[in-house]
Design a binder for this molecule. Structure first.
Ligand SMILES: *Cc1c(COP(=O)(O)O)cnc(C)c1O
Length: 382
């Protein structure tokens, strides 16, 4: 869709709101689906990246499973038509209520992260008269080389079971009648752009598999998590992530037995580029060292820059004037409410439409009402 057509649609609405390009989403999904079929990989969509129902339905229609991190995500995935036999439930702090919800829905498996969680799950499954299938989320101590707030696979992180605790936990599981251990699960971080990191993960997973083999435990499910990064710098040139290379690495370096299923839980890489946060310029303000473009979107709509110091491309689609340098900021009473410093934009004026790009993942899902902000429905175009 051209900028002119977009502006016509945007003018009908109150800003800020999220705009999703379903055409790009479908192209991305098709790409992943084709590669996954070639390699016989099983794809789950990580619901937490974006849980809007129209988006979930695209993944459901493609035949992907759902990877959930809360009871409400499990319920929503089931309501959106994901077969419950394709729903996984991960998370370090599953409550009894959430576990019961997932047990009642007969989800495929729980990705368990601690000895106590497995003990509690066994008890709750016994109450329901069920046997819960589990994977152990193992902390492989592999550095994802990404922002420290989105690194999850190092010993110092709260996620997963450390290798040194495995023997004890595996012993404990043997005594449980309502737990069936079938898999191992890894998720080492997000926005991983150095693909060598995934090679390192494969080699660690191979070692861990050998350990299980020595214990005489059969692992039928290998779950490698998500984490593939996208190009925040060049969303137009690289609108689809490098899934070819990503899957190729696992195909080459991961040891896989013929009967083993290999799962991925991709979030960001499938939805980030199809979403943009749309806002209008409220004021342009001259500063001492910089000029400020003050937009009507803030960290309440897109928290990533404030939370992870993340970069997003910013476009002014209303102006074709000469480029200038601005700090693009929101209206919220926090100094971190800034979308970009020293950004080059065409000369900008009040009322222009500003797009904050690559915001489809971990954007709208983190919206808050801080400052009693209004919330506006998303716009979906094909
Ligand atoms: C968040 C998460 C994912 C998805 O990560 P992306 O970086 O968005 O691909 C996958 N698995 C688990 C367990 C997660 O918590």
């Amino acid at each position: 869709m051209s900028n002119k057509q977009l502006i016509e649609q945007f003018e009908q609405r109150e800003t800020p709101f999220y705009h999703y390009d379903l055409g790009l989403l479908r192209k991305t999904i098709e790409k992943v689906k084709k590669l996954a079929q070639e390699y016989d990989f099983d794809i789950h969509y990580a619901v937490k990246a974006n849980s809007n129902v129209p988006i979930l339905k695209e993944f459901q229609a493609a035949g992907f499973g759902a990877d959930c991190v809360s009871g409400n995500e499990v319920s929503l995935a089931a309501e959106c038509g994901f077969p419950t036999s394709d729903i996984l439930f991960a998370g370090v702090g599953k409550t009894d209520k959430e576990i019961k919800t997932a047990l009642k829905l007969n989800i495929k498996a729980f990705n368990c992260e601690s000895s106590q969680e497995i003990e509690i799950l066994n008890g709750l499954a016994a109450e329901e008269g069920k046997v819960a299938e589990i994977s152990l989320r193992i902390n492989p101590n592999v550095d994802a080389k990404t922002h420290k707030y989105i690194t999850t696979g190092l010993d110092e992180n709260k996620f997963g079971i450390n290798h040194s605790d495995l023997p004890k936990i595996v012993e404990e599981i043997k005594a449980y009648n309502n737990i069936h251990l079938t898999g191992v699960h890894f998720h080492i971080g997000s926005q991983i752009t150095d693909l060598n990191v995934f090679k390192g993960l494969c080699l660690r997973v191979n070692e861990i598999q050998h350990w299980f083999q020595e214990q005489g435990i059969e692992i039928t499910h290998l779950n490698l998590g998500g984490g593939l990064g996208i190009d925040y710098q060049k969303p137009d040139t690289n609108s689809i992530a490098d899934f070819e290379q990503y899957f190729q690495i696992f195909s080459e370096f991961l040891e896989r037995k013929p009967e083993q299923k290999v799962h991925f839980e991709l979030g960001r890489s499938m939805v980030a580029q199809c979403g943009a946060l749309v806002s209008r310029v409220v004021f342009v303000k001259k500063g001492i060292n910089t000029d400020f473009v003050i937009v009507d979107a803030g960290m309440t709509e897109l928290l990533r820059p404030a939370l992870y110091q993340s970069y997003h491309q910013i476009d002014n689609i209303s102006s074709k004037k000469a480029p200038q340098i601005y700090d693009v900021v929101g209206p919220i009473c926090e100094s971190t409410d800034c979308f970009g410093k020293a950004m080059t934009l065409p000369e900008t004026q009040r009322g222009d439409f500003i797009l904050i790009r690559s915001a489809g993942a971990y954007g709208e899902v983190m919206t808050s009402r801080y400052n009693l902000r209004d919330q506006h429905e998303a716009l979906y175009t094909e």
